[in-house]
Design a protein around this ligand. Structure first.
Ligand SMILES: C[S@@+](CC[C@H](N)C(=O)[O-])C[C@H]1O[C@@H](n2cnc3c(N)ncnc32)[C@H](O)[C@@H]1O
Length: 204
C-alpha cells in the first residue's frame, strides 16, 4: 500500500477539522517529505493564519526537502520546518515560541516505536493547550508492524497511555484493523487514528 494513501486519509480527516474550526496553532511530529506540511500550510494561508504550523523531523535531508517545497509553494510565512527530535523537551518550547502560544492541535506521526511514542505522548500532552486535540496516526493492529523495535508500536503506547489516564477523553478509529484489505470501512485508513482531547478544566 502506498505510504501516501494513508497520509491522504489522515489529512482528509484533518481538513474539515482545521478549517471548520480555524485552528491556527498546529504542531506536526514527523514531517518526512512535507506532504501534510504543504496541505496544512495551504489551509493556514487560506485562513490567513501566519506562523500556524511547526513541523519537526530529525532527518536533515527530509527537512531540507520539505523546506524547498514550502518555499516553492509560497508558504514560508505559515510553516516552520524544524530539524529537531520530538523526544527533546526543548522542542515543545521551540514550538510554543514559533506559534506564539500553546498548540491547539498536535499530529503525532513519527517513529512508530512503542517506547518513543510513550515519551512523545507524555511530553506533548503536557504542551497541548487546554481544550486541544492530539491526533495519533497508526494506532491499529496492522500499523503496530511499523515498529522496528517490535514492541507493539503506537497501538501499545496509546493503549497504555489511555489506561494510565482514565480521566482523559480519548477515542480510536480502526484500532482493530489487521489489514489494508478491509471490506470498505467507514474511515478508509486501516492504519487507524487515535484522538486525545485535553480538557479545558485544570488538572485533567
Ligand atoms: C511517516 S513520516 C511523517 C509523514 C508526515 N507526517 C506527513 O503526513 O507528510 C515519519 C517521519 O518521522 C521522522 N521521525 C522519526 N522519529 C522522529 C523523532 N523522534 N523526532 C522527529 N522526527 C522523527 C522520520 O524521520 C520520518 O521522516
Amino acid at each position: 500500500m502506498a505510504d501516501t494513501a494513508r497520509l491522504v486519509w489522515l489529512i482528509s480527516f484533518l481538513h474539515g477539522f482545521v478549517m471548520g474550526n480555524r485552528i491556527s496553532r498546529i504542531v506536526q511530529l514527523g514531517t518526512c517529505a512535507g506532504y501534510s506540511a504543504l496541505l496544512l500550510g495551504w489551509m493556514l494561508r487560506r485562513m490567513n493564519a501566519p506562523r500556524g504550523l511547526f513541523s519537526l523531523d530529525l532527518d536533515p535531508a527530509m527537512c531540507e526537502m520539505s523546506r524547498r517545497w514550502i518555499a516553492r509553494a509560497g508558504l514560508k510565512d505559515f510553516v516552520e520546518i524544524a530539524e529537531r527530535s520530538s523526544l527533546d523537551a526543548g522542542s515543545t518550547a521551540a514550538a510554543r515560541n514559533y506559534l506564539g502560544g500553546e498548540p491547539a492541535l498536535i499530529i503525532l506521526d513519527s517513529s512508530h516505536e512503542y517506547q518513543s511514542t510513550l515519551v512523545e505522548l507524555d511530553l506533548w500532552y503536557g504542551a497541548l493547550a487546554p481544550g486541544g486535540l492530539l491526533v495519533l496516526h497508526d494506532v491499529s493492529r496492522f500499523a503496530a508492524e511499523f515498529d522496528v523495535t517490535r514492541e507493539g508500536g503506537v497501538r501499545r503506547a496509546f493503549a497504555e497511555w489511555r489506561k494510565a489516564h482514565p480521566d482523559v477523553e480519548t477515542f480510536s478509529l480502526n484500532g482493530e484493523a489487521r489489514s489494508m484489505d478491509l471490506p470498505r470501512p467507514l474511515y478508509k485508513d486501516a492504519c487507524g487514528i487515535g484522538l486525545i482531547h485535553k480538557s479545558e478544566l485544570p488538572g485533567v
